[in-house]
Write a new protein. Structure first.
Length: 195
């Protein structure tokens, strides 16, 4: 099983993440941030990565540390579960509509973290959730997961729909990228011989 468990403790957050790449999209999220839990549910369900996330964060300050640090921990867990990346497809993409929102994601599990973010969330908040934290999560995920990640909003007016389309689009692209390629066996998908 390609799986990982990460425990991360700082003065700001205490996080436990477990994930299995070859799952069915089972999830259990408990971060104390309702909208964020809903988005993480989408990430697990649509990537088919089984994921459990528990976080106790300094929510009396705000949600920033919780969201960013969960992104770090999930990125670290992905890196651990992928190992040397033998036999994976490596690349993934998705064009995802959700009502008024249309989001495109393309990613490469290259080991070279980079985020290109062309997403405009028109509202500053979704409920009590700061929308700027959506980017913070994906920056942390890309950095600690070694992912080259491009996310483009092609259309959208409702911030909830846009944010959810982003999470679902990344999830579907991730699902494709982590899948084993039956034509590649245990080969590393790079002419360099390493990722």
């Amino acid at each position: 099983m390609r799986s990982a468990k990460i425990s991360r403790k700082t003065a700001e957050t205490e996080i436990d993440v477990s994930l299995t790449l070859d799952g069915t999209g089972r999830y259990a999220m408990e971060t104390g941030v309702g909208f964020f839990d809903h988005m993480l549910d989408q990430l697990a369900r649509h990537s088919l990565i089984d994921m459990d996330v528990r976080c106790k964060g300094d929510l009396h300050i705000d949600d920033h540390h919780t969201v960013e640090d969960v992104g770090i921990a999930i990125g670290q867990a992905l890196t651990q579960a992928l190992g040397d990346k033998r036999g994976i497809r490596r690349y993934g993409s998705c064009l995802l509509p959700m009502d008024d929102a249309l989001v495109r994601c393309a990613l490469d599990l290259s080991g070279r973290p980079f985020l290109v973010w062309n997403v405009d969330l028109p509202a500053a908040k979704i409920g009590s959730f700061d929308t700027e934290l959506v980017r913070e999560f994906f920056q942390a995920l890309a950095t600690h997961g070694g992912i080259t990640l491009h996310v483009d909003m092609l259309h959208g007016v409702n911030s909830h729909h846009i944010a959810e389309a982003v999470f679902k689009s990344v999830a579907r692209a991730l699902r494709e990228a982590v899948e084993t390629d039956p034509r590649k066996g245990d080969a590393i998908p790079s002419t360099k011989g390493t990722l």
